[in-house]
Ligand binder design. Structure first.
Ligand code: FCB
Length: 430
């Protein structure tokens, strides 16, 4: 039981249990873990001094032993992504060795009892695709779908679980509305166009994956940003939060439920094969978003809410509320928390954060949300985009940058015990 007054209201005082068939996994992405001198837009942006360079954490070379280590902690599921610029470094030229390497990593996962979940897009594009205008140019979509098909074929039947893309709405928000990440566009128009594009790609990608393997399990993945006014009595703040929510969460949820995409200033568009396109909804969650007098920030429920190394306040109730909301917006579609974790170098903080969010997940289940599993972000510390390898470390496992040697952190041991026993035990909270 914790004695820290800021954490006490966020943590259970009684044990919380999970069913024996609950899925316990870890999530990662290709570029964040592999890094390296690949021909993609992030490497180019780093050369231009616009984002930090990424030497990688060594997963590309030592993925097999990382997976064995995770299996020894009890994890039975692993999310990885494919770096498109490795498998198709030039337009139309697929690199067999790179595809074989991904297949080998997925086989290695299976050999140690881990189910691989493969994602095709996690924020990076090959240089050639960026030069052609990326997803914003609709005629380019066929290029992406050809890569999805070729890769799915190469990985099938070792892999059955696929995601077309990770957090496509965040990609639109940060890359096309705020202009902070590649391709550094700041345009409402482009962001609305991209919203339609990523939704269409979800449907098209799922169709391509099923054409390769009709038995594939296809999930979409979006991060829940839980938009709230800082002061609910302030109409302007309420309105800002509602407007953001309607675009960011509302458009996608409505589209998945009805097949219709409705965006401001655009004719509604029907994508009939979006209905029923997914077998699972992948729900990522980190913290809430507040809309205050000074613009958007990190939502804080109480003045003493704990804060992580990226300045975000811990707010597990956002996870609970979001799971319940998505479950009721998409009846019959099971959910999996496909990412949750926190940037910190304080293991006590990480353990409390994980426990608080697992409790919130259990509450959402008790309220009827069909949540089947939890993937922790992430396995081995990795490149946290603009925050690099600073104190913004999300791993359950650390590594020595010289020897690349891995060390399981206290939080890794904590989750190992949760998985083994099927419950969170308050007696173990630091
Ligand atoms: C998510 C991203 C992932 C990682 C975590 C911390 O939004 O999917 O790449 O950066 O945040």
């Amino acid at each position: 039981m914790t004695h820290d007054p800021a954490w006490a209201p966020l943590l259970p005082t009684e044990p919380v249990t999970f069913p024996p068939d609950f899925l316990w996994g870890v999530a990662s992405s290709a570029f964040q873990a592999e890094g390296g001198d690949v021909p993609n837009d992030w490497v180019d942006a780093a050369r231009a001094g616009r984002v930090p360079p990424n030497p990688g954490n060594g997963f590309w070379e030592r993925g097999e032993s990382d997976l064995a280590l995770l299996a020894s902690l009890g994890f039975r599921h692993y999310r990885l992504s494919v770096e498109w610029s490795r498998v198709e470094p030039e337009r139309g030229r697929f690199d067999r060795a790179a595809l074989d390497r991904y297949r080998r990593l997925c086989e290695a996962a299976r050999e140690c009892g881990i189910t691989p979940w493969v994602n095709f897009f996690h924020f990076t594009h090959p240089r050639w695709f960026t030069e052609r205008g990326g997803f914003l140019a609709r005629e380019n979509h066929a290029e992406f779908l050809r890569y999805v098909e070729t890769t799915a074929r190469a990985l099938s039947p070792v892999v059955r679980h696929f995601h077309v893309q990770n957090e496509s709405m965040v990609y639109v928000l940060i890359g096309y509305l705020l202009g902070q990440n590649p391709p550094f566009v700041r345009s409402r128009d482009a962001a609305f166009d991209m919203t339609g594009h990523v939704i269409r790609l979800t449907a098209d990608g799922a169709r391509v994956i099923r054409s390769v393997d009709p038995g594939a399990v296809v999930a979409g993945i979006e991060v829940y940003l839980d938009a709230r006014p800082e002061d609910p009595a302030e109409p302007l703040q309420r309105e800002a939060a509602e407007r953001f929510d309607a675009w960011y969460h509302g458009t996608f949820l409505e589209a998945l439920a009805t097949g219709w995409v409705r965006l401001p200033g655009r004719e509604p568009e029907e994508i009939p094969h979006l209905r029923g396109a997914l077998d699972l909804y992948g729900f990522n969650y980190y913290s809430g978003t507040s809309f205050g007098a000074g613009g958007p920030g990190s939502f804080r429920e109480r003045p003493d809410a704990p804060r992580d190394a990226m300045g975000r306040h811990v707010f597990p109730r956002g996870l609970e509320a979001g799971l319940v909301r998505v479950a009721s917006a998409l009846p019959g579609l099971p959910l999996v928390v496909t990412e949750n974790g926190c940037p910190t170098v304080d293991e006590g903080f990480r353990i409390r954060y994980v426990a608080a969010h697992l409790w919130a997940l259990a509450r959402a289940r008790a309220r009827g949300a069909d949540v089947r599993g939890y993937f922790h972000w992430t396995a081995v510390d990795n490149y946290e985009w603009l925050a690099v390898y600073s104190d913004a470390r999300f791993g359950l496992v650390g590594f020595d940058p010289t020897t690349m040697e891995r060390t399981v952190k206290d939080s890794g041991r904590f989750l190992q015990e949760v998985i083994r026993s099927g419950r969170i035990d308050p007696a173990r909270f630091p």
